[in-house]
Design a protein around this ligand. Structure first.
Ligand SMILES: C[S@@+](CC[C@H](N)C(=O)[O-])C[C@H]1O[C@@H](n2cnc3c(N)ncnc32)[C@H](O)[C@@H]1O
Length: 292
């Protein structure tokens, strides 16, 4: 892949990326594991050149979750991805959103407290959903104290809490789908801040040095001088390299899989419409040393 120039602000609706059919049919799980290992090895060089050369994996089926002990989901908005994810990931999930409980109630439940409480209660009742959090800001995850709100299934209310002390097991997977904000430089600054904060957490041991960050990121093609260029608004490759994260995989759009399980993409702007959303799946791990 060539260098990905950053374009600021909102991005245009993306064009549909064709699904690639390898025609290989079903493979046994041992063969699949060996293939995954090979694939990971191919993606494990830490320098920025490698970041720019990372290849798209052959098919989205390779985005699997067998290796992870637990997961933290960031910026979940209406939690439809959480519900979809919980149907196929049977280990503990901490699901979070940046907006406060009041924001969530107003934005996704028409300010109807009863509907909101019942939705949060049903989410928290999913056996492997261990925490439902609001007001969790990924820009401050590396601070000593990270305030947030936790849904209490007994009182059916969100209560103020502090994020890290309540984490019983270190996260082996963190997912943030379509990070975006209306504030300050929008997506690229948010992504840069996320990598920086996660780097702090790895360095001080709050996150394991082999944890995986997964993000679904919108991409679109742009005609430039007769060439179709692939651009992304997040500057994620640069942000990852700056905080010493190594790409370990890039996979084609897998949204249909989640949409079939009930996921509905949520836009930052209330009335924004999105046509033909596609989202490549990116995975990173911390590089072994910061100079990586
Ligand atoms: C485009 S929406 C995507 C929502 C959801 N992940 C999805 O795929 O439908 C962007 C999300 O990023 C969240 N967000 C914005 N700033 C954030 C921050 N500082 N920390 C955590 N999440 C943030 C927003 O609240 C919103 O839920």
């Amino acid at each position: 892949m060539s260098s990905s120039p950053c374009v600021g602000g909102e991005i245009e609706p993306s064009k549909t990326q064709p699904a690639i059919d390898t025609g290989e049919g079903e493979v046994g799980s041992a063969a699949k594991t060996a293939e995954m290992t090979q694939k990971r090895e191919r993606f494990s060089e830490p320098d920025l050149d490698t970041v720019k050369r990372i290849k798209v994996a052959d098919d989205a089926d390779h985005v699997d979750y067998d290796e992870f002990r637990n997961a933290l989901l960031l910026g979940e908005a209406d939690f439809t991805f959480t519900r979809a994810f919980a149907t196929m990931f049977d280990r503990p999930i901490t699901a979070s959103e940046y907006g406060s409980a009041a924001d969530l109630c107003s934005r996704y439940h028409e300010d109807d407290e009863v509907k909101f409480t019942s939705s949060m209660a049903s989410l928290a009742a999913i056996p492997n959903v261990s925490n439902v959090l609001a007001s969790l800001n990924c820009r401050i995850l590396g601070q000593d104290v990270v305030p947030c709100q936790r849904f209490n299934s007994v009182s059916s209310k969100f209560q103020d809490c502090s994020f890290w002390p309540d984490v019983s097991d270190k996260f082996s997977l963190i997912i943030f789908n379509f990070p975006h904000t209306d504030q300050n430089g929008k997506a690229s600054r948010l992504v840069r801040a996320l990598f920086k904060q996660l780097r702090i957490c790895v360095d001080d041991g709050r996150l394991p040095s082999d944890f995986t960050l997964e993000m679904r990121l919108r991409e679109f093609n742009e005609r430039e001088g007769g060439w179709t260029k692939h651009r992304a608004a997040y500057c994620h490759e640069e942000a990852a390299a700056e905080s010493s994260f190594t790409p370990v995989g890039k996979y084609p759009d897998d949204l249909r899989r989640w949409q079939e399980l009930g996921y509905e993409h949520t836009m930052t702007k209330r009335d924004a419409k999105i046509r033909g959303l596609t989202g490549s799946v990116w995975r990173w791990r911390p590089s072994n040393n910061k100079e990586g």
